[in-house]
Design a protein around this ligand. Sequence first.
Ligand code: FAD
Length: 341
Amino acid sequence: MSKAKVNQGINLDEYKDVWIIAEQRDGKVLNIALELLGEGRKLADKLNVNLTAVLLGHNMDEAAEELIKYGADNVLKVDHELLKVYTTDGYTKVIVDLVKERKPEIVLIGATTIGRDLGPRMASRIGTGLTADCTRLEIDETDGKLLQTRPAFGGNLMATIVCPKNRPQMSTVRPGVMKKAKYNPDRNGNIENIVPNIKDEDIVAKVLEVIKSEKKEAGLIDASIVVSGGRGLGDAEGFKLIEEFAKKLGGVVGSSRAAVDNGWIDSSHQVGQTGTTVRPKLYIACGISGAIQHQAGMSESDCIIAINKNPDAPIFNIAHYSIVGDLYEIIPAIMDAIDDA
Ligand code: FAD
């Protein structure tokens, strides 16, 4: 036998390159794809391999160009009428066929609604592992394996998971956690048009119509200022003050889960482990204790200001500026100071 590393019949040396599955909507690349490109670039450089973006849909020429400008070396563009909207059967078949043929070492998928549906299907069809909801990815310096870190046991500890025997190593990655790749208008790369082997009968569950939700999105992921309220507000009325404060600062409203569970605000505003992960320039936590599950969604913010009447509240351990006192006195005072400035 050659020196090739063989595991359960799999020749690990055959697997190369880092892939990201790039989500698009109506031909527009989603932010999560740019975050995966940022993280994928880091891993590809470490392994000295190429970074490939896999793009499925219909009429997406601009999206493919954009992925190159954001750091992909190659784009595998699979443009087909049957892939216009996401279907579990169609997308799984096309991507699994590509993975089996081209053998990537690592595949990163966004932990979005689509990614959470697609990832496990792909992993099961390929016969490899999948670490869901990763918040950190690194390459092990000793053996080049992917170290996939994610919260475990209700967020009380971080577990680092490896996929020792199978390939590719697959992870879904939480939106808003990784830094977006930088845009370079002069960047060049290779866009390969793939003709998929897909027929109408491959898609068992058909999408008959897409009806856009009328629910107003909180807009947390892209906000540069987030003002969040928690149980310390006392009631739903308290969010009027948070809304006013956020508006004055040009930010958006976030919340703790306790506020959502109390029915004070819609769950789309929830920040944390089971809500949205945010990374704004400024995060203001008002009447939020700073439970580990809340911190999991905001601790990477550039600047954190906490307002809490309990000087021992855990949020103060990660806050850059701590204001101890009653939020109903402090927030109006800050807003008055802004008006006077
Ligand atoms: P509390 O912990 O009750 O804190 C209220 C704070 O307000 C206190 O510190 C108090 O001193 C302060 N306060 C009271 N009155 C005032 C006042 N007038 N002025 C100033 N301060 C005041 N939580 C999340 O937020 N996001 C998640 O995604 C999330 N996911 C979870 C997942 C799991 C599996 C589990 C088990 C829990 C999760 N939680 C999550 C819940 C989390 O553990 C906490 O229960 C929750 O974050 C507490 O919310 P809170 O800080 O608003 O409330």
